[in-house]
Design a protein around this ligand. Structure first.
Ligand code: PBG
Length: 327
C-alpha cells in the first residue's frame, strides 16, 4: 500500500474547533471601568463614549447589579470630583467621591472586586498626573500624594490599587505606604507600560482631565519603543507590583507579547476609550459589524498574551462568552 501523508488543516465541527482552541477567554478575567461623579440620580451618557455613562454613588449600585447579572464582578473605578485644585487634594480625602463609591458598592455587593485607579489628573486643576511646581511635574512630591491616595482608597475597601500616573518609583512608594498601614494583602496592579496615546482622547473628555498646558509625553512612553517597555515592566516587578499592565492594547499587541515573555507576573491589557469609541462609531455607521469586531479584537488581545482584559465592552464580552461566540 502506498500511503501519502498530506499536510492539512483541521476542518471540523464547532465543538471540536472549541476543543482545540489555543486561546481561552473567561469572564473571570474581565474588568469593567466605570466613572463615578458627585450628585444623585446621575446617569448621563458620555458623548465621546456611546453606551458609557457617568454615575453617581446611588445609580452606580444599579449598574453594579447589572454587571454582576452579566457575569462581570470586577470594576475599575474612576472618580470625577467637583472640586479640583493644584495638587489634587480630593484624591486622598476619605470622603472623596471614589472613596464614597467604594464604600457603597462594597456594603451592597461584598463579592464585587473593586480596582481603584490611582492618579491625580482627574483631581488637579491643570489636568496633569502629578503635583506641578514652576511648570514642572515634581516626581517625588507626587509619590507622597499617590501613597496617601492609595492608603485612603484601600481603607475604603478597594481590593486592588492601580497606579496609572507613570511617576518613577511609585510602585515601591505605594507598596511601603500600604504595608505601613497594615494593608499588606492589597495587591498593586501597575500601569507599567503606558504609552502617550491619542487613544485616551474620549476618556479625557469623559474625565475632564486633559492637560491644561503641555502634554504627558514627559512621563508617558513613546510609541516607537518596545525595549523601554521591558525596562518599565522589570522595574515595577522589582518594586513589588503584583500585576503588570500594558496600555493601550490594540496598537501595542507586540508589546503585550514582549512583556509576557519577560515577566512571570500576571499581565493585564487595557483596551482604552479610543479603541472602544472607534469600534462603536464604525459600527453605528454600518462600516463594520460591531459585535464581531468586538469579539475578534478581544481574542486578539488575549492571544497576544494578556491574562486580564480591561474593556468598556466587558459586559458585552461576558454575554458573548455565555453565548459561545468567544472563549
Ligand atoms: C489617568 C488615566 C487615563 C486613562 C486611564 N487612567 C488617562 C490618561 O492617562 O490621560 C485612560 C483610559 C482610557 O482612555 O480609556 N491617568
Amino acid at each position: 500500500m502506498n500511503i501519502t501523508i498530506r499536510p492539512r488543516r483541521l476542518r471540523v465541527s464547532a465543538p471540536i474547533r472549541k476543543l482545540v482552541r489555543e486561546t481561552r477567554v473567561s469572564a473571570d478575567s474581565l474588568i469593567y471601568p466605570l466613572f463615578v461623579t458627585e450628585g444623585s440620580g446621575v446617569h448621563n451618557e458620555i458623548s465621546s463614549m456611546p453606551g458609557q455613562y457617568h454615575y453617581s454613588t446611588d445609580t452606580i449600585l444599579d449598574k453594579a447589579a447589572e454587571c454582576l447579572d452579566a457575569g462581570i464582578d470586577k470594576l475599575l473605578l474612576f472618580g470625577l470630583p467637583s472640586h479640583k485644585d493644584e495638587i489634587g487634594s480630593m484624591a486622598w480625602n476619605d470622603d472623596g467621591i471614589t472613596q464614597q463609591a467604594i464604600r457603597g458598592l462594597k456594603a451592597k455587593f461584598p463579592n464585587l472586586t473593586i480596582v481603584a485607579d490611582v492618579c491625580l489628573c482627574e483631581y488637579t486643576s491643570h489636568g496633569h498626573c502629578g503635583a506641578v511646581r514652576d511648570g514642572v511635574i515634581d516626581n517625588d512630591e507626587t509619590l507622597e500624594l499617590l501613597s496617601k491616595t492609595s492608603v485612603s482608597l484601600a481603607k475604603s475597601g478597594a481590593d486592588i490599587i492601580a497606579p496609572s500616573d507613570m511617576m518613577d518609583g511609585r510602585v515601591a512608594a505605594i507598596r511601603s505606604a500600604l504595608d505601613e498601614n497594615g494593608l499588606v494583602n492589597t495587591p498593586i496592579m501597575s500601569y507599567s507600560v503606558k504609552y502617550a496615546s491619542a487613544f485616551y482622547g474620549p476618556f479625557r473628555a469623559a474625565a475632564d482631565s486633559a492637560p491644561q498646558f503641555g502634554d504627558r509625553k514627559t512621563y508617558q512612553m513613546d510609541y516607537h519603543n518596545v525595549r523601554e517597555a521591558i525596562k518599565e515592566a522589570n522595574l515595577d516587578e522589582a518594586e513589588g507590583a503584583d500585576i503588570l499592565m500594558v496600555k493601550p492594547a490594540l496598537s501595542f499587541l507586540d508589546v503585550i507579547a514582549a512583556v509576557k515573555a519577560e515577566t512571570s507576573l500576571p499581565l493585564a491589557a487595557y483596551s482604552v476609550s479610543g479603541e472602544y469609541s472607534m469600534i462603536k462609531a464604525a459600527g453605528a455607521a454600518g462600516y463594520i459589524d460591531e459585535y464581531a469586531v468586538m469579539t475578534e479584537t478581544a481574542a486578539g488581545i488575549y492571544r497576544a498574551g494578556a491574562d486580564i482584559l480591561i474593556s468598556y465592552f466587558a459586559p458585552e464580552l461576558a454575554k458573548a462568552i455565555k453565548r459561545g461566540d468567544l472563549g
